[in-house]
Design a protein around this ligand. Structure first.
Ligand code: 5AD
Ligand code: SF4
Length: 452
């Protein structure tokens, strides 16, 4: 039996794609390897969003080249494949910089991997595929396998927003939504295999516009309502959203669907109108704040998360202060923040007023400190509350189970190993730095009860 090792970088969409690569190759006789050393093929599923992410790939390729050479000396062959967004954006550069690479495959062409491996094995030289054919990709992928009770399901790919800092519209291409029936089938299958929670994925997931069975175009709200009908599917989430696509319909779904978890990742990127405009975000600070108000009015226990970019070209101290003020106003349960990284080919990379690295670092530190405080505050507010936890796996201690709260926080519970795979009521005892610990509320409650 041959062995496959996949290393995944970047976002959840890559996690989904990596799982699909495994789904494609398992039936062809590939088993999972624990490390690259044991593998006949190593796939790096890469991320191009920031320079650091892309550079990591090249250093990993250096290590893999040495491994490949060692193996060749011992008479065995290892193929190296680069998949994902670096493959899409820099396919030619990859093969120029690292001649040990056998296969380069963009995210829209990954269904062609088996055939590409066959060609590489026949020593046909380097094999490159970076076409944009998302419908072909989803039509050609095999049925999903489920691993554990929580799963990702990609419903939309690509982005038409063209924020001036972002490579996604170039690496993942134009927006494409999978048809409703295909998504329903995949969700149904996951649930039949024990999945209780599905996170719908898309670069711009709330811009979803898929073909319904009645030939009309469905938005995300309608899709969520349909998926909520699937028996046994207890939790729904979706990520990542753009404020401009947060329709009233979708906000209503948060009010109406108890399966839709009260946690929303809604990136704002900056709190300054001037910067938002230069970022081509198509929304203002005020628009975002009003949206948050509306969402909280629809579902008062909702917790929010965001992405921030600091040090965007031309960002002044005043602009940055507006971001800090917005964070203080909204109060996030969790957030991601990044220093602006100039990406070749994006409009902002060519801007003259780049912010010096030390200023970016100072701003990032200040923002992360504030966001960290808010995260702790939110976790503390969970102490003493009872919430439903979906147990996903074992903890470090014997008998312990780890699950996720409705707010995606990891929750540790002792003597709960037998409950893995299900949703159970837990009283939160303590907020630890990056997780919660709690005790089971043993009074049996029907699983379908509303989240906390
Ligand atoms: N530099 C820094 N952060 C970026 N992001 C996207 N592009 C860049 C960039 N060039 C961040 C945004 C986005 C998240 C996925 O990554 O905050 O929401
Ligand atoms: Fe990138 Fe903006 Fe599209 Fe998000 S909305 S993927 S940040 S271009």
């Amino acid at each position: 039996m041959k062995k496959l090792f996949i290393k995944t970088y970047g976002c959840q969409m890559n996690v989904y794609d990596s799982a699909r690569i495994a789904d494609l190759l398992m039936p062809l006789g590939y088993a999972a390897a624990d490390a690259p050393d044991d593998a006949d093929i190593v796939v790096l599923n890469t991320c191009h969003i920031r320079e650091k992410a892309a550079e990591k790939v090249y250093s990993e390729l250096g290590r893999l080249r040495r491994l490949k050479e060692q193996k060749a000396e011992q008479g065995s062959r290892m193929l190296i494949a680069v998949a994902g967004c670096v493959a899409q954006a820099e396919g030619d550069e990859i093969v120029r910089r690292q001649n040990a690479v056998d296969i380069v495959v963009g995210p829209q062409a990954l269904h062609r991997i088996p055939e590409m491996i066959a060609r590489a094995e026949r020593h046909e030289g380097r094999v490159l595929e970076t076409d944009f054919v998302p419908d072909e990709k989803f039509d050609s992928l095999p049925a999903v396998r489920a691993e554990g009770p929580a799963a990702f399901l990609t419903i939309q790919e690509g982005c038409d927003k063209f924020c001036t800092f972002c490579v996604v519209p170039y690496t993942r291409g134009a927006e494409f939504s999978r048809p409703v029936a295909q998504i329903e089938m995949e969700a149904q299958r996951l649930v039949e295999h024990g999945v209780r929670e599905i996170t719908l994925l898309g670069q711009n997931v709330n811009a979803y516009r898929g073909a319904g069975s009645d030939k009309s175009v469905w938005g995300l709200a309608r899709l969520l309502r349909a998926l909520a009908q699937i028996e046994g599917l207890k939790r729904l989430r979706y990520t990542t959203s753009h404020p401009c696509d947060m329709s009233d319909d979708l906000i209503d779904a948060h009010r109406d669907l108890q399966q839709l978890m009260p946690f929303l990742h809604l990136p704002v990127q900056s709190g300054s109108d001037r910067v938002l405009e230069a970022m081509n975000r198509h929304h203002t600070r005020d628009h975002y704040l009003r949206l948050v108000e509306k969402i909280r009015a629809a579902r008062n226990d909702i917790a929010l998360s965001s992405d921030f970019v600091v040090g965007f070209p031309g960002e002044t101290d005043e602009d940055f202060e507006e971001t800090m003020a917005l964070v203080r106003e909204v109060k996030y349960a969790q957030a991601f923040s990044f220093k602006y990284s100039a990406r070749p080919g994006t409009p902002a990379a060519a801007a003259r007023k780049q912010v010096p690295e030390n200023v970016k670092s100072e701003r990032l530190q200040a923002l992360q400190f504030l966001l960290g405080e808010q995260q702790v505050e939110f976790a503390k507010s969970c102490e003493g509350r009872s919430m439903q936890v979906l147990f996903e796996g074992r903890g470090r201690k014997s008998g312990q189970a780890v699950g996720r709260s409705p707010y995606l926080q990891p929750v540790h519970v002792d003597h709960a190993e037998d409950l893995i795979g299900g949703i159970h009521d837990v009283t939160i005892a303590r907020a630890l730095p990056n997780s919660l610990s709690g005790t089971l509320l043993r009074t049996a409650q029907p699983e379908a009860a509303a989240a906390n």
